[in-house]
Design a protein around this ligand. Structure first.
Ligand code: GTP
Ligand code: MG
Length: 556
């Protein structure tokens, strides 16, 4: 007998299709093969949101029979899919086929009363399942399969990387292990949807949308969940209703500036999450930041959440990155490895400061791929020329227009391997004239720096801004030193030609070892400056001799 939920399964969906495309893309060497129909970002997001609205989260007792559980829930309507995961308890995510099933379930649930604690009644989609007769359930308790929501341990990662067949294989393996799974993606959208229910108590018709690495294709398991409260839909309702004799306007309270409005909205939502949000803990209101936000942990899902408001440009950046990541399968593999490399050497950090951010690193990889010959990725200006009327987008006076239909962009003819690209990335940025040039994905070529920050990466939409303004001189120098060192390691391995002993980390695994950084800072202490200069010169000499021999490392 097949489980009941599978018999009742709904037809294939846009999001599922996009997911299949995403997951299949890690396996191919170049990007041109896997270009079946690709789904628009906005379509994927719309469908994910709709899916999340008919999904519930349940804290289950540890001893539970999956079969009985599903049978019980399906009294309220057919179930499309479900999974279990562990996070301070056993949780289930259950997606019904219809939204009405959620209301039906809500109508038969009761607000818990413990006698000792007072409960604030709140009609949420986060349930707590209590069994009337737990002993009935024990027979199947041990076979509940739990979906994994965490990245692999460093030990496991090293084993996998050392067992890989080639450096290309290593980069694809790292991508496969770290990328968000279908279940984790669902859980992220569900968490936003649960927060939306809370915000809707104040702002009916609002939307809470995920952005950043949860949706741009570059998220790794364990990354934070960026979300923003979208109040634009509310405005739209009022603008359409202009016919008839009566003109109704929303009553608004005016405040001196947009920033103050944002702070007031976030302040009230922050209070609401803190007081009434089931499972929302550690709520911090960070309202004086450049971009005010509310930070909290969603205990059940385990996500660290950052909630902002009216962040449409950031959503557009997420769409742009999604497009770049989906255009060629090498992009995500390279970005994941570079991010992982940067994290391993403490170039990035989870606390804000003078470090490079993951967002900046992604921009650097995109820029680098635009400079290859032939280019692997098109420039943003080119994507703008491909846009049609539907793609036109101006946000707060900034032109954010680019083509949204991935199928309208020609694949690259470049066939360079990931191994070559990784090496060349390190060389390119190991030698980049950061003192005078700026990185600009709009034009895909180096520009003169408009201001003296050590690292200048132009914000693709607010073009007068630098997304890496925070990066200090010493952090940039550390990045350059490590890039040179890593290029050097890869060149040395190339020269050795023999395969390393199987117990020795090689290729990408060797680059992720913290000892690289340690050795370097040690060397630096001894000789103050020259280690990286020496490596730069050595690299140059290797390069010139390899050009003389005109060896072609392409298309292995
Ligand atoms: P993770 O490190 O995996 O969380 O990557 P992320 O891309 O989600 O980065 P983060 O959480 O720091 O920021 C979320 C989103 O905000 C990014 O994807 C960008 O769209 C946007 N963002 C982050 N930093 C900047 C910045 O300095 N300038 C601008 N304009 N946008 C930024
Ligand atoms: Mg993030």
């Amino acid at each position: 007998l097949r489980p009941i939920h599978r018999l009742l399964s709904c037809p294939g969906t846009v999001a599922a299709e996009a997911r299949r495309e995403e997951q299949s893309s890690g396996s191919t060497e170049t990007g041109s093969e896997d270009r079946a129909h690709k789904t628009r970002f906005s379509e994927v997001q719309k469908e994910r949101r709709e899916q999340a609205q008919r999904t519930i989260l349940i804290l289950c007792p540890n001893k539970i029979s999956e079969k009985k559980f599903l049978k019980y829930l399906s009294q309220h309507g057919p179930i499309n899919n479900h999974f279990f995961f562990e996070s301070f308890g056993l949780y289930a995510v259950v997606e019904f086929c219809q939204k009405e099933s959620v209301a039906s379930l809500q109508s038969v649930t009761r607000t818990p009363g413990t006698g000792t604690e007072a409960a604030l009644p709140f009609r949420s989609r986060f349930f707590n399942l209590k069994l009337k007769n737990p002993s009935n359930q024990t027979s199947e308790q041990s076979c509940i399969p739990c979906s994994n929501q965490s990245p692999p341990s460093s030990k496991k990662l090293f084993e996998l990387l050392c067992d890989a067949e080639s450096i290309d294989d290593q980069l694809n393996t790292l991508l496969k292990e770290f990328q968000l799974t279908e279940e984790n993606t669902k859980l992220r959208h569900l968490t936003c949807s649960l927060i939306e229910d809370i915000a809707a108590a104040y702002f009916p018709d609002c939307a809470v949308r995920p952005f950043g690495s949860s949706v741009n294709g570059f998220g790794k398991l364990g990354c934070d969940l960026d979300m923003f409260l979208d109040l634009d839909e509310i405005g739209k309702f009022s603008t359409h209703k202009t016919s008839g004799n009566f003109l109704m306007e929303f009553q608004v309270k005016n405040v001196p500036s947009e920033r103050i409005a944002t702070q007031k909205i976030l302040s009230v939502i922050g209070e609401c999450l803190d007081h009434f949000g089931p499972g929302c803990v550690g709520v911090q209101k960070i309202l004086n930041a450049r971009c005010p936000l509310v930070r909290f942990s969603h205990q059940a899902s385990g996500f660290q959440c950052d909630l902002t408001t009216n962040n449409r440009i950031a959503l557009k950046s997420s769409e742009l990155l999604y497009i770049y990541g989906a255009l060629d399968s090498r992009v995500r593999a390279l970005v994941f490895s570079i991010r992982c490399w940067a994290r391993a050497h403490s170039l990035t950090s989870s606390v804000p400061g003078a470090w490079i951010t993951n967002f900046s690193l992604t921009m650097m990889v995109i820029f680098f791929l635009q400079t290859r010959s032939p280019p692997i990725l098109p420039t943003l200006d080119y994507l703008k020329t491909l846009a049609d009327a539907e793609d036109k987008c101006i946000i707060e006076g900034h032109n954010c227009t680019f083509i949204g239909d991935l199928n309208g962009i020609k694949p690259s003819r470049n066939t360079e391997t990931l191994e070559l690209l990784l090496k060349e990335f390190f060389e390119y940025f190991g030698n980049f004239a950061f003192n005078k040039n700026s990185i600009n994905i709009r034009q895909g070529r180096e520009q003169n720096k408009p201001e003296p920050s050590p690292l200048h990466i132009q914000n693709p939409f607010e073009t007068s801004l630098n997304i890496s303004k925070n990066v200090s001189h010493s952090q940039l120098q550390k990045f350059v030193d490590l890039a040179r060192e890593s290029a050097w390691i890869l060149h040395q391995e190339d020269k050795a030609h023999s395969s390393p002993p199987s117990n020795q980390p090689w290729g990408l695994a060797a680059l992720l070892l913290p000892s690289v950084a340690k050795n370097m800072s040690h060397a630096k202490k001894k000789r103050k400056k020259p280690a990286s200069e020496r490596i730069k010169n050595l690299l140059e000499s290797i390069k010139s001799s390899s050009t003389e021999n005109s060896t072609n490392t392409n298309g292995k």
